[in-house]
Ligand binder design. Structure first.
Ligand code: SF4
Length: 214
C-alpha cells in the first residue's frame, strides 16, 4: 500500500507488477524461508489487485503471478481472480526431467538439470527434452483453450471470480466473487471503503516509508 501511495504521489506508475507466491522457490533455498516466509500467491494476488483497483490504478498496471502454476486450471484460476498473466517454472522443470530430489545446491542433480558436472549433464539430452518441454507448453495451452470453450468464453481475459466455485460446507457452495473481497474502482481513495482491513491499512500506509503512520 505504501508503494501504491508513492505511485499516486509521484505520478510514476510501473507497467507491471509480478506477485511471486511463497509456493515457489528452489530446492537450494534455506528451509526456514521455504517453510515460513511469504504469502500464498492467490492471497498476494487478491491483495495487490484490490489495492490497485481501490487506488484507481488497475487499468495502468498489469499483474503477473507465479507460484505453483503447472496446469491449465492453475492458469485459469489465477486469471479469474485478477491476474493478467501467469509465469510458470515448475511444470517446465518436470517436463525437463526434474524429479524434485532437492539437491540443486549440491552439483549432484540426478537428472542433469541443475549441475555443472559434465558427466551428470549427459543425462539431459537436449533434442529429446526440448520436444518434451515444447509439447508440455502446447498441450497446457490447448487444455486452457478447451476449458474456456467449455465455459462459453472466447478469451482468457473473460474469466472472472464468478466462474470459480468453492464448497464451504456439506450443503453450501459459494462463488469466489461472493467469497472474497473485491474493491470497487477508486474505493480506497473515496475514504468510504467498507472493508475494515483495507481501509485501516490504507490509512496507516505512507508513501515515504514502509513504517506505518501512528
Ligand atoms: S532433479 Fe535436479 S533440478 Fe530437480 S530438484 Fe533435483 S537437483 Fe534440483
Amino acid at each position: 500500500m505504501g508503494i501504491v501511495k508513492a505511485m499516486l504521489d509521484s505520478g510514476i506508475v510501473p507497467d507491471f507488477i509480478v506477485v511471486d507466491g511463497a509456493e515457489g522457490g528452489t530446492g537450494a533455498a534455506p528451509v526456514e524461508f521455504s517453510d515460513h516466509i511469504g504469502l500464498p500467491m492467490r492471497e498476494g494476488l487478491l491483495f495487490v489487485h484490490n489495492v490497485l483497483v481501490g487506488a484507481g490504478l488497475r487499468d495502468k498496471v498489469k499483474i503477473g503471478v507465479a507460484g505453483r502454476i503447472v496446469s491449465a486450471f492453475d492458469i485459469a484460476s489465477a486469471l479469474a481472480i485478477g491476474a493478467d498473466w501467469t509465469n510458470a517454472a515448475r511444470g517446465f522443470m518436470f517436463a525437463l526431467g526434474c524429479v524434485q530430489s532437492l539437491s540443486c545446491n549440491t552439483n549432484r542433480c540426478p537428472t542433469g538439470v541443475a549441475t555443472q558436472d559434465a558427466v551428470r549433464q549427459r543425462a539431459l539430452v537436449v533434442p529429446d527434452k526440448a520436444q518434451r518441454v515444447h509439447l508440455f507448453h502446447a498441450n497446457t495451452l490447448k487444455a486452457l483453450a478447451d476449458m474456456l470453450a467449455a465455459a462459453g468464453l472466447s478469451h482468457p481475459s473473460d474469466l472472472g471470480p464468478h466462474h470459480l466455485v468453492r464448497r464451504v460446507s456439506a450443503t453450501e457452495i459459494r462463488l469466489f466473487s461472493d467469497l472474497h473481497v473485491f474493491l470497487e474502482p477508486g474505493e480506497l481513495m473515496s475514504g468510504r471503503c467498507e472493508h475494515v482491513f483495507y481501509r485501516r491499512n490504507w490509512e496507516a500506509a505512507r508513501s515515504d516509508s514502509f513504517d506505518r503512520l501512528p
